[in-house]
Design a protein around this ligand. Structure first.
Ligand SMILES: Nc1ncnc2c1ncn2[C@@H]1O[C@H](COP(=O)(O)OP(=O)(O)O)[C@@H](O)[C@H]1O
Ligand SMILES: [Mg+2]
Length: 405
């Protein structure tokens, strides 16, 4: 008889059933083996610190759904980490031998085994009877074995769950890798295209320039020619952007002064600030900040950040710029009041070709990022939806240059 049960529970462990179904069957088998009328499996949720009823068999009288981790008989078993058996002396009470457990109401004897392995405590298997249950030594051993088996069900289910989670995570990583490979292929294509477009663009620019000279200053066609030249210039800039983003062009580092670079960048935008009613507030470090940078590339990086800020404040706003030294790093902060980035877009803004603008290229931020990374720096974004965005660019600090003044 005992061996039968052990065999059945072992078979159960090899079945493909879900944990609760396995435990429910084990509960049934237990009730067949020992003289109890209710068998409940409580599993401990270590985060919530509660025992939850996972499966049961037998009578449904005073079936408790959950216990706090120190409550009732399950709490006592957890504390002792060993089986607890109790009998009722006073038939009306729910407090037996110091254990206060509402689940004991209407019963006369109870027996609970811990479900555990060497390191972990998973829960308890809780048996109750309305009579004074007599359990032989042999049956107790069987109960012990079954509790061990049930512990192994739970452990297997835990392992299966973490296995599944790892599998899911791996899959996500694989997908991300595949999409970054796609991006790289796209980048190669963009570089080739940009190269092919740039050469004819240069000749278009050159020839239109010559045409302008031939037309002479009084010609009514001059505005058209200027328009062509302007558009050609814009396209050239875009193509330069694509190539500078795609090819990992080396930076040509030279000692420079960060405040000076920022001033030069700001100068280019003076007219635009006025045109859009943008107030510029400068808070530059009083001492010059020495950095070792590729001035032209760094200017492109800041240029992109300021263009984005201006575009976010088409109808006016405040642009706050500061330079400082923080923890041995040179920091440039560019803050706008343009309403910020929609939170759902925030994760994508550094992706090539991601844009929310009708005529955007989606290359500004990825180019900026790659330039800053090539300077061994970093960019941080602080987004305040409805208010504005602050981009903070951190660069390695070289030394304090002598003050210009
Ligand atoms: N200062 C900013 N304020 C609000 N949104 C911004 C700002 N800077 C960047 N973004 C968002 O990030 C996107 C990507 O920017 P970017 O790479 O420069 O490409 P583009 O400017 O061509 O759209 C923008 O389309 C915009 O949605
Ligand atoms: Mg941009």
């Amino acid at each position: 008889m005992e061996y039968d049960i052990i065999e059945k529970v072992t078979e159960l462990s090899l079945s493909g059933l879900r944990l609760d179904a396995k435990l429910a069957r084990a509960a049934r088998l237990l009730l067949d083996a020992v003289p109890y009328e209710q068998c409940v499996f409580y599993i401990l949720d270590p985060e919530k610190k509660v025992f939850e009823k996972k499966a049961f068999a037998g009578e449904e009288i005073t079936l408790i759904e959950s216990y706090g981790e120190t409550q009732g008989l399950p709490g006592l078993v957890k504390k002792k980490k060993s089986p607890v058996e109790i009998y009722k002396k006073d038939p009306a009470s729910t407090v037996w031998e110091g254990v206060d457990d509402a689940g004991l109401k209407g019963y006369k004897s109870a027996l609970a085994y811990p479900l555990k392995d060497k390191e972990n405590f998973f829960g308890v298997v809780y048996l109750k009877s309305a009579r004074k249950a007599e359990v032989s030594k042999m049956k107790r051993r069987v109960l012990g074995i079954m509790a061990l088996q049930a512990s192994s069900f739970i452990k297997c289910a835990d392992l299966a769950e973490s296995h599944e989670r790892i599998h899911r995570e791996l899959k996500e990583i694989e997908e991300r890798l595949a999409s970054s490979e796609k991006l790289m292929a796209l980048g190669d294509m963009a570089a080739t295209l940009a190269h092919e477009i740039r050469n004819p663009l240069i000749s278009i620019g050159g020839f239109v320039g010559r045409l302008k000279k031939h037309l002479g200053p009084g010609s009514p066609c001059i505005p058209y020619v200027d328009q062509v030249l302007k558009e050609v210039g814009r396209l050239e800039k875009l193509m330069n952007g694509v190539t500078s983003f795609v090819k990992d062009s080396a930076v040509n580092l030279r000692p420079d002064d960060l405040n000076g670079i920022m001033d030069e960048v700001l100068e280019i935008f003076e007219d635009e600030f006025t045109a859009h009613g943008i107030q510029v507030k400068k808070a530059f470090s009083e001492v010059s900040i020495g950095v070792e940078v590729d001035r032209e590339q760094l200017k492109i990086a800041f240029d992109n950040l300021i263009v984005n800020a201006i575009q976010s404040m088409e109808h006016g706003g405040v642009l706050q710029l500061s330079t400082s030294l923080e923890g041995g790093r040179a920091v440039v902060s560019i803050a706008d009041s343009g309403g910020g980035i929609e939170p759902r877009n925030l994760g994508f803004i550094f992706n090539p070709f991601f844009t929310t603008k009708t005529h955007g290229t989606g290359l500004g931020l990825p180019i900026t990022n790659s330039i800053i990374l090539r300077h061994k720096g970093a960019i941080e974004v602080e987004n305040n939806p409805g208010v504005g965005v602050t981009f903070r660019v951190m660069l390695p600090y070289l030394r304090q240059l002598r003050s210009a003044g």
